[in-house]
Ligand binder design. Structure first.
Ligand SMILES: *Cc1c(COP(=O)(O)O)cnc(C)c1O
Length: 322
């Protein structure tokens, strides 16, 4: 497991918070200095959610938190969830399950491939039971029929959707900025929009949220995020700020789609890590950081803006790409 320790937890953070009995670190905010940033007349910071815990970190921890609490309240001892073979969510759920005393079952899309990749070997080491579903069945993962079948097979399991993307997930993400100072603009990489929705619920009217979808044609997320916010309000769940801040999707930095990379992105990521000691994952954060640096050069931001980039973690996924 040392490979992860080195990759994901290089820093000795000194402030800690407690979630239950477990020790998590308060995510540090790191200022980034560069000529591009100074020329644009802005200040740029990174909220390092990747440094909260060696394995249970990033937005996937925030999305799990209230799911775990609900499972605990309802006396479930087993969590069942879904993901691809390199899923950050499977990785985090396996580790969080072990940490907080749940059995875990990971339903993996596709056939088993041996030897297991680093994500799935880690999941097994954490005690997760892996089950494989062919792609057609996997597509039914949110259907009541498939979920009933899984309950029949595996007993009383608390089912968490893929990515932890439900209203509990949104709720956890309303806490991401809890320890952060005030910023004018908050930027985040976006898959389903669950994390972004939670962040929007914690911004004031004076602040702006910008999401960078990492899927192709990401504008489909516009109505989905709006619906997610509506459902959140309808469920009457707590939010630090229910006044709608302004928000925007910027869909031009997907680099061809999910997990697609090119040399430009790889070089950018290596350079960024070298210059600023911020490792980025290629699937999500690298694309958002690239996008922000590109927009800075186009004069997209206003002079004097304080911009916060959220490092949502996901570094374990890089082991699958190199
Ligand atoms: C899952 C993930 C995201 C996307 O989160 P959504 O809530 O689905 O938008 C962003 N960054 C990282 C590192 C992730 O693992």
């Amino acid at each position: 497991m040392n490979v992860y320790q080195d990759l994901m937890f290089p820093m000795n953070a000194d402030k800690s918070v407690f979630e239950g009995n477990e020790k998590f670190y308060i995510p540090p905010t790191q200022q980034i200095h560069s000529e591009i940033i100074e020329t644009a007349g802005v200040e740029m910071f990174v909220l390092r959610l990747d440094l909260m815990h060696p394995w249970v970190n990033g937005n996937k921890w925030y999305k799990l938190k209230y799911n775990l609490l609900e499972a605990q309240e309802k006396n479930f001892s087993t969590l069942l969830t879904f993901g691809g073979a390199y899923s950050n969510h499977i990785f985090a759920t396996a580790a969080a399950g072990k940490l907080f005393g749940f059995q875990t079952i990971g339903v993996i899309r596709g056939e088993e491939t041996l030897p297991l990749n680093p994500t799935l070997s880690f999941a097994i080491e954490q005690g997760m039971q892996l089950v494989y579903l062919n792609r057609a069945s996997y597509r039914q993962r949110n259907s009541t029929e498939l979920q009933a079948e899984l309950r029949e097979r595996y007993g009383e399991v608390f089912i968490i959707p893929e990515g932890g993307s439900n209203l509990n997930g949104v709720r956890g993400c309303t806490e991401i900025l809890q320890q952060a100072e005030n910023f004018d603009v908050v930027c985040v990489a976006c898959g389903t929009g669950t994390t972004f929705a939670g962040i929007l619920l914690s911004l004031t009217q004076q602040q702006k949220g910008i999401a960078f979808p990492i899927l192709k044609n990401g504008s489909f997320l516009q109505p989905e995020i709006a619906t997610l916010l509506q459902n959140y309000f309808a469920a009457n769940l707590p939010a630090p700020n229910k006044f709608a801040c302004s928000w925007e999707l910027i869909c031009d930095y997907h680099f061809g789609g999910y997990a697609k990379v090119n040399d430009e992105l790889l070089n950018f990521t290596q350079q960024f890590q070298q210059n600023h000691s911020v490792p980025l994952d290629y699937v999500y954060t690298a694309k958002m950081f690239y996008g922000v640096m590109d927009l800075l050069q186009q004069g997209f931001f206003s002079k004097g803006d304080r911009i916060l980039l959220i490092h949502t973690g996901g570094l374990q996924g890089n082991l699958g790409i190199q």
